[in-house]
Design a protein around this ligand. Structure first.
Ligand SMILES: *[C@@H]1O[C@H](CO)[C@@H](O)[C@H](O)[C@H]1NC(C)=O
Ligand SMILES: *[C@@H]1O[C@H](CO)[C@@H](O)[C@H](O)[C@H]1NC(C)=O
Ligand SMILES: *[C@@H]1O[C@H](CO)[C@@H](O)[C@H](O)[C@H]1NC(C)=O
Ligand SMILES: [Zn+2]
Length: 501
């Protein structure tokens, strides 16, 4: 009996094998199954995004923010109920992967995320519909496609730890952003009260790489609220500041929003299958780096100090809060592991986007004309402490809306705008309802005496900064001269740290 069954199965198997040989394209295991166990190279990525844009035409927009050194498109897919439009009170979120070209997991997870968002729309998945209804999501799977292609086309045994990390000019893109930390620390030491949008005061002769220039311009051209930069080489969620205050290689360097950044990083780590759990060996094999024991999160500079990174650039140049995610010990693991990595990260990737809705948001308008006020400055202070305001105000966009990510607590809020009386309010933040920032609108009264003209301001372009068109009402010419002196005397490149993730 058993023997007969065996030979029948053999016969069926042989038949199937023959059919498969004769008709390889009608194979019973379609290409779809393979798609997520293989890496998408640039061509496959572009083809995939083209496919998604056709499948979800009403809710997606494909755009390129620039080109790599070797001319590859830096391609973004946006998911939104109104792609290409910033609607007031709807936060913009971005995900960036593969900044180091040989760190390929985040790139694949972001392609899979885009696919999942589109499928969710097609299948009317209520969570996904709700998320895209309330949030504009921009996904750049590869910031360094040249580095990726190099690593992808290098045999695994020859790849080592660094092949494909840099761009085609050999530059590490996560050290090539304007070093606003130095400016921030300089102001801190000099007690100059400037804490935010520091790019407007920054002037250096640095030549930025095309990938950095493209991402830098993109970062300041939309009112991003939240962002994550996906890397591999470890398993941890890393938050600002990345550069240490004293130049020390390892030193906890708190940002004014340390508490909120920890909250964001913990959101990613705690929703991840392993990051915050003590169920895995530390990637570097030593106990000192056992990130899981500290909740799967770390301050950037406490781990190792990095200047010219993208994370701190976001925080110090714009309103966006960015963290850096390290998603796997291995940078470019076998494609067969990708489905498991997706399962491990899926919940975190979604929950992190929802974090764009913590804290408060609102519209700032003229009480008489009801017109939106752009560039209003929103300060918050912990109402139960004796400290001054958090030294990181956020500003309103042209649509008059602002977003202020906050952890639960009681806050005093003050809104300043040129030509208007200051608006104030108190608010209790609970973050109890996911996806619903507390709304706190301000209708400001014009100042009675000689209102200053409200100057329309275009988003600052990096080019303008380079051309030295820097104005400041906070600093005298002498101070600016001194500042320039300090900046020009700063070491050009930090010593390459030992750890490179
Ligand atoms: C999405 O927004 C539309 C239009 O505002 C609304 O009709 C719909 O109920 C929303 N869907 C969900 C799931 O929130
Ligand atoms: C506010 O300050 C109090 C007193 O220092 C502190 O206990 C509390 O945690 C702070 N709340 C927030 C949200 O930072
Ligand atoms: C915030 O909560 C405190 C304590 O529960 C309460 O006294 C206060 O009135 C609340 N403030 C607002 C603006 O709701
Ligand atoms: Zn990296």
């Amino acid at each position: 009996m058993a023997g007969r069954q065996f030979s029948v199965i053999c016969l069926i198997l042989t038949f199937a094998t023959i059919v498969q040989c004769l008709f390889p394209f009608s194979s019973s295991s379609p290409k779809k199954d393979d798609e997520w166990t293989h890496y998408h190279n640039q061509d496959a990525l572009e083809a995939k995004f083209g496919e998604l844009a056709q499948k979800c035409p009403k809710h997606t927009r494909l755009y390129t923010i620039g080109k790599s050194v070797e001319g590859r498109d830096l391609i973004v897919i946006e998911f939104s109920s109104h792609p290409g439009t910033h609607e007031a009170l709807k936060p913009e979120v971005k995900y960036i992967g593969n900044m180091h070209g040989n760190e390929a997991v985040g790139r694949e997870l972001l392609i899979k995320l885009a696919d999942t968002l589109c499928n969710g729309l097609v299948n009317k998945d209520s969570e996904i519909v709700k998320l895209i209804n309330s949030t504009n999501i921009h996904i750049l799977p590869s910031m360094n496609p040249d580095g990726f292609e190099l690593a992808y086309n290098t045999a695994k045994e020859d790849r080592g730890w660094l092949i494909g990390r840099s761009n085609a000019h050999g530059i590490d893109l996560n050290r090539n952003f304007p070093d606003l930390d130095s400016l921030f620390y300089y102001f801190e030491n000099m007690q100059v009260p400037r804490y935010d949008h520091l790019l407007e005061l920054f002037n250096d002769k640095h030549k930025y790489e095309p990938e950095v220039y493209a991402v830098g311009q993109w970062t300041i051209s939309l009112p991003f609220v939240l962002s994550a930069n996906l890397h591999e080489g470890d398993l941890v969620a890393n938050y600002p500041f990345d550069a240490s205050r004293t130049g020390s290689q390892q030193q906890y360097s708190k940002s004014p929003d340390d508490k909120t950044f920890r909250y964001l990083a913990e959101s990613y780590a705690s929703n991840h299958a392993h990051m915050a759990k003590n169920d895995h060996a530390p990637c570097d094999g030593t106990a000192s780096n056992a990130f899981a024991r500290q909740g799967g999160v770390t301050n950037g500079a406490k781990w190792y100090s990095v200047s010219g990174g993208m994370q701190d650039f976001n925080y110090l140049a714009t309103n966006a809060f960015e963290i850096t995610l390290e998603l796997s010990c291995e940078k470019f693991p076998d494609g067969k592991l990708l489905p498991q990595l997706w399962e491990d990260n899926k919940k975190s990737l979604f929950e992190f986007i929802w974090q764009a809705h913590i804290g408060i948001k609102g519209l700032i308008t003229d009480v008489n004309t009801h017109k939106p006020i752009a560039n209003a400055v929103v300060w918050v202070r912990n109402a139960t402490s004796t400290n001054g305001p958090i030294r990181h105000p956020v500003t309103s966009w042209f649509t008059g809306d602002y977003f202020r990510l906050l952890t639960p607590g009681s806050y005093e809020v003050a809104v300043e705008a040129d030509g208007y009386e200051t608006g104030t309010a108190t608010v209790n933040v609970t973050n109890a309802k996911r996806g619903q920032a507390q709304i706190l609108n301000f209708a400001l009264a014009p100042l009675q005496i000689e209102p200053l003209p409200q100057q329309p301001q275009e988003p600052q372009q990096l080019e303008e900064i380079e051309n030295n068109q820097v104005e400041s009402d906070m600093l005298s010419q002498a101070e600016l001269d001194e500042l320039e002196q300090v900046i020009s005397n700063m070491p050009d490149e930090e010593q390459q740290p030992v750890l490179v993730n």
